[in-house]
Design a protein around this ligand. Sequence first.
Ligand SMILES: [Mn+2]
Length: 302
Amino acid sequence: MVDIDVFGFLGLREDWDVRPDVAVMQIPLEMTVSYGTGTSEGPSATIEASSQVETYSTFIGGDLPSGMIIRTLDPWSFEGPSLEAHLDSIESYVINGISGGAFPLLLGGEHGILLPAIRALKQIGNFPLENLTLVQVDAHADLRDELNGERFSHGTVVRRCLDEGIGRVLQIGVRAFSKEECIVMENDVRIRSWMAKDIRKNRALELEITDFISEIQGPVWLSIDIDALDPSIVPATGTPVPGGLDYWFVNDLIENLFSGNANVVGADVSEIVPDAHGVTQFTAATIAATILAGVSYRSGGE
Ligand SMILES: [Mn+2]
C-alpha cells in the first residue's frame, strides 16, 4: 500500500490509520439561502484558508493540534430529490463522522445543517436531547415556523431543533428577527436571547454573558452562524447584518464554554461564503481553530 500524505485543516498532515479525536466535516449545503449565495464554497475555502492560520494558541499555551488526531473528512455531497432527503443524507454523514467518538466540528454551508446534526445526536448521543443546551451565536433568531413557504430552512432551523426536543437555547448576537420570532423569544421558557444591540452598547454585558456561559452544565452544542460577527470581518456571509459582535468577544465565548462546566459535544461554523479578499473564510478558519483549541483544553492539552 502506498502512503499518501493527506493535508487537512490547518494544513496539517493527517494520519488516517488512527482513530481521530476531532472530525472536521465539510457540509456545503446551499438550498434555502435567502439573500447572498456561495455557501456551497464556504467549507472548502475555509479548509484552504486554515493553512494560513497560526497553530499557536494562547488559550492552551501550545501549538495545535496539541496531541489531538484531527481528521478532515471528504466533503458531504448528495444528489437527491428534496430538501428533506438532503437533510437525511447530512444526518448520516454526521453519524458516520462521529462514530468512534470523534468530536464533530462542522463547517457550513447554510445554517440548516444544524438540524441534521441535532438529529444525529438524538440518535447516537448518550443523553436525552432535553438535556442539551444549544448555544447559538447568530444575527438571526432562526425561530420562524416557515420562511418563504419552507419549514426546513436556515431561518427556521432553531425552531425545528426545539421541535426535535432540545431543552434550552441560548442566543447571543441576535439583531434581525420578525414579530413572530420576537413573541417566541419572549414566551418560550426554553429560550434566552442576548441582543447584539444591548451587548454593543453595554460592554459590561459581555462579561456577564461569558460568565453565564462558563456556568452551563450538561451537554452543549455550539452553533456559530458567522453572521453573528460584525460584517466588517465576515463581509460575504449569506445574510450580513450590521451592528454585529466583536471578534474577541466571540473568541471569549468559545474559551469560556470549553473551560467552564459544560460538556461540549459538537460545534458548527456556518453560513461561510468566501470573498475575494479571503477575509470571511479566514475569520471562519480562526474561529474553527479556537474551537479546536477548546477541545484540546477539555482533554487536558498536550
Ligand atoms: Mn442562523
